[in-house]
Design a protein around this ligand. Sequence first.
Ligand SMILES: Cc1cc2nc3c(=O)[nH]c(=O)nc-3n(C[C@H](O)[C@H](O)[C@H](O)COP(=O)(O)O)c2cc1C
Length: 229
Amino acid sequence: MPRKMISLVIVAIATASCLALVGLGESGAPPAAADEVTLPPPVTSGGMSLAEAIGKRRSVRRFAPTPLTQVEVSQLCWAAQGITEPDQGLRASPSAMATYPVDVFMIDATGLYQYDPGKHALRRLAEGDMLARLRSAVGQAPVRSAPACMLLALDYERSRGRCGDRAERYGLLEAGHIAQNVLLAATAMGLAGCPVGGMDEHNCIKVLGLPEKLVAAYLLPIGHPEKGQ
Ligand SMILES: Cc1cc2nc3c(=O)[nH]c(=O)nc-3n(C[C@H](O)[C@H](O)[C@H](O)COP(=O)(O)O)c2cc1C
């Protein structure tokens, strides 16, 4: 095979593998930039009723290895922090004084991605098996089993100015709102998750190579429940 063609094949394989989290190649549009994938629009009506999702939600700790699709990732990110009122940029989860100190990250065997609510896009921050790295810092069963994990991380610099001494309490409350939205959205799609708070909130950030000012509030391992769960 000519050298030029070999390098094209290598680039194609690399691109396909690092975008596997968001299912690009199955149904998606091309990425807006090399390291950014615009997610499909979220589904904002129909589906399982809220009452049914509340009734069905359960913390699940054993998952099938099936990766999440682009559509599923889109819906989970939107439920977490999607823009629901574009004029003022208000989001799916409430935030004290609309300071939005929680950043949303997705981690899987292909990389680490940050959700950009304004663009409804995922920006790739790191390639490779970042889930394995996370698992080295968090030995919890659901994190070991799930094919993907959402991280909710607090940046208190964003909220301290307006929220003062209440920034930490407000931030954790806000992470709780977001987590519940995500868990209910997962349930409504036939997925499941488990809210994990039992981890070292600084070490998680460190192993993922994220800025040290961030504090991990919650991990939300998510996937298809293993049969029989
Ligand atoms: C703040 C918080 C922290 C939690 N941390 C963990 C955890 O570290 N590991 C885990 O397996 N489950 C964790 N859970 C899940 C609880 O164990 C679970 O919600 C509880 O057993 C009730 O079950 P249910 O969620 O299915 O209703 C946590 C839940 C909350 C609300």
